[in-house]
Design a protein around this ligand. Structure first.
Ligand code: F6P
Length: 503
């Protein structure tokens, strides 16, 4: 990696801008609102309420150039094994197009297209059957993406299938879902890249028993033999995925089977097309007009230069209410790292805590802290220009609130009474979607995926492994027999004591 001391330059910019408010930035750069806006397909994104100016942004772009972000995209899209700790390519872009145009990416794209055809045929069979409800069992990347997209895009009425998601190992989740369903008209999909995940194996077993066998059970896995064997599922009902697709990047693969059932196979194709459009943009746009790059650099500025410890996502659209949960995995599992690719400690703080919720609800819960608390929380505010419901005034009110909050957070308001003062200076990025179509949602999610990758290039870390989640899984597997009454040697005194109480 090129040695670059750009962080010193960035800190100097922050020092220079310390006393400059967001309204002053707006006033001193008359075209700022236009200059810091970008239109990519159905997305309009505006960074004008961030606390940087042209010179600071220029230094951020130099940092991106020094880290060879453009080359990084090429390596990823082309199928190089950039996930070096697992010696894997990272080709989720090949699931939705071929931004790489290399033999590796073309081969991956062809495999993905063939599986999509198989998935389409299975959907047709299900459509011709008496099945009305689908229970999708999976967790993490095998759940959050499909759950988000199915919830965001499902028609308000008249869907062919009702799709339900069960992820938590807590039996209450499965119990509550099954309580509303009839096994005679329900089918199940078990989704697990590894097919070794405790939650999915246990919940899959419950579902199979409740269905009375595996006849209406489907599976998606990178280990299809294991899936077929463990649940006795016929091979034609097991769809493959590959080690070159990370779990949290997998909704575009057959992991999206529940999405295609919830919104239709055609809608699933449009979702992929929207993401492919963002891939093409990421691969070809110059850094200064590259949306994922600008989004990532803004996050770097807020995290590493201004030192903000968290980042929020406010969806001013109820249909996107699950987006913060989805992004928590995408961003924090990818960027929650403390060593660089060569194993040495990182030079700067990595991922902040991502969180958020749906407006306007959150205005009445945690927004007080955002306006007047001591911690500044940079945020993405996401809204849709067109609604899909008939309640026009509600939609106008929703957008009025979105605009009001971003303005109040940035500009603040003075008062002689300190209790009534709004300090302002709270930065946000505005993301407007024309209408929440499958294509637009595909583009939005792909934008975040690429922004994650750009940040990993800047920090020099691997965004595609997740060893941090393994230790807890191993311990839980060791402790389960102890809870079942087996004599297990427990070294930790606290765990030993609590186990005794639980028994
Ligand atoms: O939470 C850790 C994790 O490994 C995620 O990365 C993954 O998406 C999830 O578990 C589920 O894994 P699988 O698809 O193999 O069941």
């Amino acid at each position: 990696m090129t040695k670059y001391n750009g962080f010193d330059v960035l800190h100097a910019h922050a020092q220079r801008l310390q006393g400059t408010s967001i309204p002053t930035l707006m006033a001193t750069e008359p075209d700022r609102v236009k200059n810091l806006a970008l239109n990519v397909g159905p997305l309009y994104v505006n960074f004008a309420r961030q606390k940087y100016d042209r010179a600071a942004l220029q230094s951020l772009l130099e940092l991106a150039a020094a880290r060879d972000v453009a080359g990084g995209f090429q390596r990823q899209f082309g199928g190089e094994r950039i996930n070096i700790t697992e010696n894997r390519a990272v080709l989720h872009s090949a699931l939705r197009g071929d931004a790489g145009n290399t033999p590796e990416s073309m081969a991956a794209h062809a495999e993905a297209a063939a599986v999509q055809q198989r998935m389409g045929a299975l959907i047709q069979q299900l459509e011709a059957s008496n099945v009305t409800d689908i229970v999708s069992v999976g967790i993490g990347g095998s759940d959050l993406g499909p759950r988000l997209v199915a919830d965001a895009l499902r028609p308000a009425r008249g869907a062919r299938f009702r799709v339900h998601f069960v992820s938590n190992v807590d039996g209450a989740a499965m119990q509550r879902t099954l309580a509303t369903l009839d096994p005679a008209t329900t089918a199940g999909i078990l989704i697990s890249k590894t097919f070794g995940t405790q939650e999915t194996l246990l919940n899959g077993g419950i579902l199979r028993d409740w269905l009375g066998g595996s006849e209406r059970l489907y599976a998606v896995s990178a280990n299809p033999e294991r899936a077929a064997k463990a649940f006795d599922i016929a091979g034609e009902r097991v769809l493959p995925m590959w080690d070159w697709v990370g779990g949290r990047y997998s909704l575009w693969s057959a992991v999206g089977f529940p999405i295609a059932l919830a919104i239709g196979f055609e809608g699933f194709g449009q979702l992929l097309a929207g993401a492919a459009q963002m891939d093409a943009h990421a691969a070809s746009a110059p850094l200064e007009r590259n949306l994922p790059v600008l989004h990532a650099l803004t996050d770097i500025w807020n995290r590493n230069v201004l030192g903000y410890a968290t980042h929020a996502v406010m969806t001013y659209d109820q249909r996107l209410a699950l987006l913060p949960a989805y992004l928590q995995q995408l961003v924090m599992e990818s960027l929650g790292k403390r060593v660089k690719l060569d194993g040495s400690p990182v030079d700067a703080d990595t991922v902040p805590v991502w969180w958020g919720g749906a407006g306007t609800d959150v205005q009445h819960s945690f927004f007080q802290a955002l306006h007047q608390g001591t911690s500044i929380v940079p945020a993405d505010f996401i809204g849709c220009v067109q609604a899909d419901d008939p309640y026009t005034v509600n939609h106008q009110a929703l957008l009025a609130n979105l605009l009001a909050q971003t303005e109040a957070l940035a500009n603040g308001q003075d008062s002689e009474d300190p209790h009534r003062q709004y300090p302002g200076g709270r930065p946000s990025t505005l993301i407007l979607i024309d209408a929440l179509t499958p294509q637009a949602l595909g583009a939005l999610i792909a934008m975040y995926e690429h922004a994650v990758y750009v940040q990993s290039l800047i920090w020099g870390i691997n965004a595609f492994d997740q060893f941090g989640v393994e230790l807890g899984k191993q311990l839980a597997n060791q402790l389960l027999p102890a809870l079942q009454g087996e004599a297990v040697e427990i070294a930790d005194p606290m765990t030993r004591e609590i186990l005794a109480r639980l028994r």
